[in-house]
Design a protein around this ligand. Structure first.
Ligand code: SF4
Length: 357
């Protein structure tokens, strides 16, 4: 088993697996020895790529007793429904149950909407489910300065401009890692499902590297590696994994979305806004109202969502079952079926804009 270090990319020099634990970064690390870890945390969005990570762990013969799923609730748990699909939390819960895995939810209090409305104030606490119960992680209001957002995250690879990914997912995950003593003195593998094929930005990611929360040489002796097992996969391999395991396509792809991102993702194309407006009447109104309030559109085209929706035709959706599920917060459909009856969803290989870069 060998790896290509990021330093050695140009020369394609192979690095022995034993050096992985010494803090190097590896551009390519397609297979690693996961048995060397005490905890395997898989960030499960409910999209095809994170599901493919889980199926790959199963195919590798991973001890699932070490695996736990983490899901970040984009809208928080305080009542906002601005951004995400209503079924997403329950879908992830049932996916975890199907494979007998624990799932821990975490979120920024107030979610996307609460953070977006921040005005000369501090961000709100994080909430993290753990094996020992729910913990609240307050902010350091002594050192951090108050801030104002009052506009949508702007489409960019820069996570300060596109603040939703960092504020609602990356930061939440880091604080969840940093604030659980069960990881101290342990070896933790932190898995995410990015793929190089998705964007020029992701094409440059390292496949294996120390995570930002790694403190292997510190007092806590917390060893955390970040691994992206499907980084080198092309999309057909992802769908093939779901088919082999009989995992029924998640709902967004059945509706024609190319990605399973937030329902009202800032990356949505005009076609997606038109589709939302057509099949889920008035669902884009809250976005339009905030565009008016802020005087800034969600799209960098400076067209508001109503103009975008009216500028093109919606996707033609024939999957009535998926449409009904998309309106419900309880996930009532099966998670897996037979591989023989498996169907490639209309959203497969679809490049319509509806997900982060
Ligand atoms: S899916 Fe889109 S809107 Fe949701 S957090 Fe990611 S980039 Fe932001």
């Amino acid at each position: 088993m060998t790896f290509q270090s990021s330093a050695a990319r140009a020369g394609f020099e192979d690095i022995p697996a034993s050096t992985v634990t010494e803090g190097s970064s590896f551009f390519s690390a397609e297979e690693i020895d996961v048995s060397q870890y005490d905890h395997i945390i898989l960030c499960m969005s409910g999209g095809k790529d994170s599901i493919a990570c889980l199926l790959h762990l199963i195919d590798m013969g991973t001890d699932l007793g070490k695996v736990e799923l983490w899901h970040h609730d984009v809208d928080g748990r305080e009542g906002s429904t601005l951004m995400d699909w209503p079924f997403m939390a329950d879908y992830n819960r049932q996916l975890a149950m199907t494979y007998g895995l624990p799932i821990y939810f975490s979120w920024l209090e107030g979610g996307f909407e609460g953070e977006m409305l921040k005005e000369n104030s501090h961000s709100r606490p994080h909430w993290v489910e753990t094996p020992d119960g729910l913990i609240k992680l307050d902010r350091d209001t002594e050192r951090a300065k108050p801030g104002t957002r009052r506009k949508f995250p702007q489409v960019s690879a820069n996570l300060q401009t596109r603040w939703c990914s960092s504020a609602l997912k990356i930061d939440v995950g880091r604080r969840a890692l940093n604030n659980q003593t069960r990881f101290n003195g342990k070896r933790v593998l932190f898995i995410t499902g990015e793929r190089r094929e998705e964007s020029a930005n992701r094409a440059h990611y390292n496949q294996l590297e120390p995570h930002a929360c790694d403190r292997r040489s510190g007092r806590k002796a917390r060893h955390v590696d970040s691994w992206r097992p499907v980084l080198h996969w092309e999309e057909d391999r992802v769908w093939d994994a779901l088919k082999r395991h009989g995992v029924i396509s998640p709902i967004p792809y059945r509706l024609g979305w190319g990605r399973s991102s937030c329902k009202k993702c800032v990356f949505n194309s005009s076609v997606i806004w038109a589709t939302l407006n057509h099949y889920f009447p008035s669902s884009i109104d809250p976005i339009a109202n905030y565009e008016t309030l802020f005087g800034t559109t969600i799209s960098r085209s400076r067209k508001n969502v109503v103009e975008l929706a009216n500028s093109t035709r919606p996707i033609e959706i024939n999957d009535r079952e998926a449409l009904l599920q998309a309106t419900r917060s309880d996930y009532y459909l099966p998670i897996i079926g037979s591989a023989d009856a498996w169907l490639l969803p209309p959203g497969a290989f679809e490049k319509s804009g509806c997900g982060p870069s």
